[in-house]
Design a protein around this ligand. Structure first.
Ligand SMILES: Cc1cc2nc3c(=O)[nH]c(=O)nc-3n(C[C@H](O)[C@H](O)[C@H](O)COP(=O)(O)OP(=O)(O)OC[C@H]3O[C@@H](n4cnc5c(N)ncnc54)[C@H](O)[C@@H]3O)c2cc1C
Length: 481
């Protein structure tokens, strides 16, 4: 059946986490949903596919979940795959810093005491004076809330930290690596608001941990969402790009497909990357959307998969303290936790890639092997059975200064049209969790407009204990930069 002949309550453009999660939630509420996806595979930036040589299913690049991915975990519950995540409570993470392995312990102590178990290790790398240079930034972060964060958006994070007296060594050792790993952008190009949103939760919450999919990433959610959409009479149509969105008299009319056919429905969701919303994609003027389309620059990744002939590390993952000369930041031994992986399968991410984008696959693989061997010397003796290099034009949109205010809410100026996607206004950094939360917010909007209100979106985590008390101090007691 052609798309045009298919009659739906809700149309969704994009079958990434956001589009599929939104479709599944609406289908579960009894709506007939048609999802239109440009590519031959669902999953977008969280897709998986079989490697043609080994037959192993690999992801676009390795992903981690955190126990704070509340909306994404709710999606996995909906899909029946919540048990397919391998959680690691200890250590929180293993760092490779100047050739030393540093297991950073996780902690359930109430914040800020949860930092104590890691303190001796931090002091060995940083020194008391450099550690104390973070006191003002910690104090400011404790008193921020989502609303006050927005005031920092125009500042770059480097200027913000220096303005609060953070030492060069501390910036080099902690902030540079943390910003690259958590926000996928160099410190001097990061919005201070985006960085402080993450940091205030790191210092104001405890007991969090990382998790790794035991099955291919897309298998966690794509088949489950598709099954729910189809069970309610809808469908997911692959290789079906939406060419334009027709709007008349400030109301959604139809999706136009590449062959010029029009697909009508009472409601629609655009679950697309921000760059798609350039002028002309929606037939009516929408200045905020074209601002967003230009505000976000992509953070490029190179992800590498290596198949080795022997085990090289017992750790599930480690992170390398970031330095400009290095290629990768985070490394995962998938064969330690993935059901299907045979032999030793290792994957890693090179974040916000510049020069290495142009390197040959061979150069990238050789450099990757060296960096793996820096942590796991056994890798130097191992035989490389096979390698795969993925160049990913956008892993996430960069949280540049000013982009927090460019993030758009689920509601659009047009009746019947909603937005979803990791980059929309979710109060979360761009991630699978942000995509899942955006999906819940958009689905709530659609369901209410179609007369069947739903409550789906789970709140973002907040600081707890003493840190929550500090946050709630009356405004007159606070001074921000
Ligand atoms: C290598 C890598 C590592 C990452 N690591 C992590 C991690 O560890 N933890 C984490 O939480 N997140 C991570 N992310 C980010 C996470 O994958 C994304 O934030 C999330 O998948 C975004 O989902 P989305 O649905 O918002 O967007 P997308 O996945 O981009 O979905 C948009 C969909 O729209 C489709 N599309 C585009 N144009 C059209 C059109 N005209 N018509 C129809 N369809 C169209 C696209 O093909 C795509 O399928 C990582 C991403 C990458 C690439």
């Amino acid at each position: 059946m052609s798309a045009a002949a298919y009659d739906a309550d809700v149309l969704i453009a994009g079958a990434g986490v956001a589009g599929l999660a939104c479709g599944a939630a609406l289908a579960d509420a009894g709506f007939k949903v048609v999802v239109l996806e440009r590519d031959a595979l669902p999953g977008g930036r969280a897709a998986s596919w079989p490697d043609l040589v080994t037959g192993d299913v690999v992801d676009i690049g390795p992903h981690v979940l955190t126990s704070e991915h509340r909306n994404f975990l709710a999606l996995l519950r909906r899909c029946g795959t919540e048990g397919e995540v391998c959680w690691q409570s200890q250590p929180l993470i293993t760092l490779l810093d100047a050739g030393r392995r540093i297991p950073v312990p996780g902690s359930r102590l109430p914040p800020p005491l949860h930092g104590l178990p890691a303190l001796p290790k931090v002091l060995r790398c940083l020194g008391v004076r450099d550690l104390l240079s973070n006191a003002r930034v910690a104090w400011h972060a404790a008193r921020l809330d989502e609303e006050r964060l927005q005031a920092l958006d125009e500042l770059d994070a480097m200027r913000y930290l220096r303005g609060l007296g953070v030492s060069d060594r501390s910036i080099e050792w902690f902030w540079t690596s943390a910003t690259m790993a958590l926000l996928n952008v160099p410190l001097q190009q990061c919005s201070a608001a985006a960085l402080m949103r993450v940091f205030r939760l790191m210092q104001g919450r405890s007991g969090y941990c990382f998790g790794f999919p035991r099955i291919p990433l897309a298998s966690l959610y794509a088949p489950g969402c598709r099954a729910r959409i189809e069970a309610a009479g809808g469908r997911v149509m692959l290789r079906s790009p939406v060419a334009r969105v027709h709007v008349r008299e400030r109301r959604f009319q139809a999706f136009e497909l590449e062959d010029g056919s029009l697909l009508h429905a009472p409601a629609a969701v655009l679950a697309l990357p921000p760059q798609l919303l350039r002028n002309g994609f929606v037939t009516a003027p929408w200045p905020a959307a074209s601002r967003a389309a230009h505000a976000f620059e992509p953070s490029r990744y190179v992800s590498v998969y290596l198949w080795l002939d022997r085990p090289v590390a017992r750790e599930n993952f480690w992170a390398r303290a970031w330095a400009t000369r290095d290629l990768h930041t985070d490394f995962y031994v998938l064969s330690n936790f993935r059901h299907e992986a045979r032999g030793t399968l290792l994957a890693c991410n090179s974040i916000h890639v510049r020069l290495a984008w142009e390197w040959s696959d061979d150069e990238i693989v050789q450099r990757t092997l060296q960096e793996v061997a820096d942590f796991a010397p056994e890798a130097a003796q191992a035989r490389l059975v096979h390698a795969r290099v993925h160049r990913i034009p956008m892993a996430v949109p960069c949280p540049l200064p000013g982009t927090e205010s460019a993030r758009l809410p689920a509601e659009t100026p047009f009746a019947g049209l909603w937005l979803a996607g990791d980059w929309t206004r979710t109060a979360l950094p761009a991630s699978m969790e942000s995509a899942a939360r955006s999906a819940a917010l958009a689905a709530e909007g659609v369901a209410a407009a179609l007369g069947r209100p739903l409550q789906l979106a789970l709140p973002v985590p907040e600081t707890t204990g003493v840190m929550a008390l500090l946050r709630r101090l009356p405004a007159s007691h606070r001074r921000l930069v």
